[in-house]
Design a protein around this ligand. Structure first.
Ligand SMILES: [Zn+2]
Ligand SMILES: [Zn+2]
Length: 345
């Protein structure tokens, strides 16, 4: 049996081709994919053909934010059945190494992460995953909303690393899907005051809609001065960098309170980023980095269900698999108010 898949041929060129429908082994499930979100990392692969030293092979399937329906299962699979709607956890960790055993499977050196070379990704109709890598989607969330569990899980994981607590003031630099995910989690989690900075108006508006208290267009306003004056020159408890640029990383440190914390979610295009060690040291700011997520996918789905805020609003565009080229071009261009685009094969 054949099915369709979207192959990336080096830089900026997709082709739709056939591939075999994989068979599932005893501990695996076969999933008919219904929705896949386009991630910033997919855009990096699309534009540059690589992220750092991870280089896309000649003909490769990317994509990792997927949800779908279980259509077959191996004989040992107990937790899900045919017809179940599930979100895919894209990281297949080994379960045996030191990092897996100590509860950090996201750092497993043997992890196979969907759509990261050489592991085939999810821009296709069918995929096989281990049973432990699927999480059921609650009834009133759609497949497309389900794909948001992946960026939300990363946000929740990074926020957890920062020890965020109720009443903290926070700043989010960059309101793309990850920045908006951090905003959604902190707004629901009881942040006292939330500052968001962003270059694109449509994203700034979305930040307002999701509950940010102060949203600044970063190229129109001196955001360091603004945040300083709103906080009586104190700065914020936690700054979340979600753009991956030198400028936002510098701002992140300058707007953080003495004794506060900074978290970097952004993936810079450059191989080196600089910061002022004197300011960091005098303020004693721990700078935390975030590698994907661990054990937060289910929480992300629950949060979407429980919240009065409709996080699904960040999905601005949907495309069939055949239009994946247009979809990636659009997300890369950041035109037409695009925030999250989802492919529905
Ligand atoms: Zn992603
Ligand atoms: Zn491991």
């Amino acid at each position: 049996m054949k099915a369709k898949a979207a192959y990336l041929l080096g830089k900026r060129k997709f082709v739709i081709d056939e591939c075999e429908i994989p068979e599932c082994r005893d501990d695996e499930v076969l999933i008919r994919i219904r929705a896949i979100g386009i991630c910033g990392s997919d855009v990096h692969y699309f534009l540059d053909g690589r992220i750092g030293d991870q280089i896309v092979p000649e003909k490769f399937i990317i994509g990792h934010e997927a949800s779908g329906e279980i259509v077959a299962k191996g004989k040992n699979v107990k937790s899900v059945k045919e017809g179940d709607r599930v979100v895919i956890e894209p990281g297949i960790s080994c379960g045996k190494c030191e990092l897996c055993i100590t509860g950090r499977p996201n750092l497993c050196p043997h992890v196979k992460f969907l759509g990261t070379p050489p592991i085939t990704g999810a821009f296709r109709e069918f995929i096989v995953m281990p049973e432990k890598n699927v999480v059921k989607i609650p009834d009133h969330l759609s497949y497309a909303e389900g794909t948001l569990a992946e960026p939300l899980a990363i946000a929740l994981y990074g926020i957890g690393l920062s020890n965020f607590s109720i009443g903290n003031s926070i700043a989010i630099l960059g309101a793309g899907p990850i920045g908006l995910s951090v905003l959604f989690c902190c707004e629901n989690g009881g942040a006292e005051e939330i500052f968001v900075t962003e270059l694109i108006e449509a994203r700034a508006k979305m930040a307002q809609k999701l509950g940010a208290d102060h949203v600044f267009l970063a190229d129109k306003i001196d955001i360091e001065r603004e945040i300083s004056s709103f906080t009586n020159r104190r700065g914020v408890d936690i700054s979340f960098e979600c753009a991956g640029t030198q400028q936002t990383i510098t701002q992140m440190i300058n707007i953080t309170a003495v004794g506060g914390k900074s978290v970097i979610f952004g993936i810079p295009a450059e191989d080196q980023i600089f910061f002022d060690p004197h300011t960091v040291r005098r303020k004693q700011i721990p700078i935390l980095t975030v590698r994907r997520s661990a054990f937060t996918t289910e929480k992300a789905l629950k949060l979407m269900c429980m919240s009065n805020i409709k996080f699904g609003a960040i999905i601005t565009h949907k495309f069939p698999l055949e239009k994946i080229q247009d979809a990636l071009e659009l997300v890369a261009s950041r035109q037409d108010g695009v925030i999250k685009a989802v492919i529905e094969p």
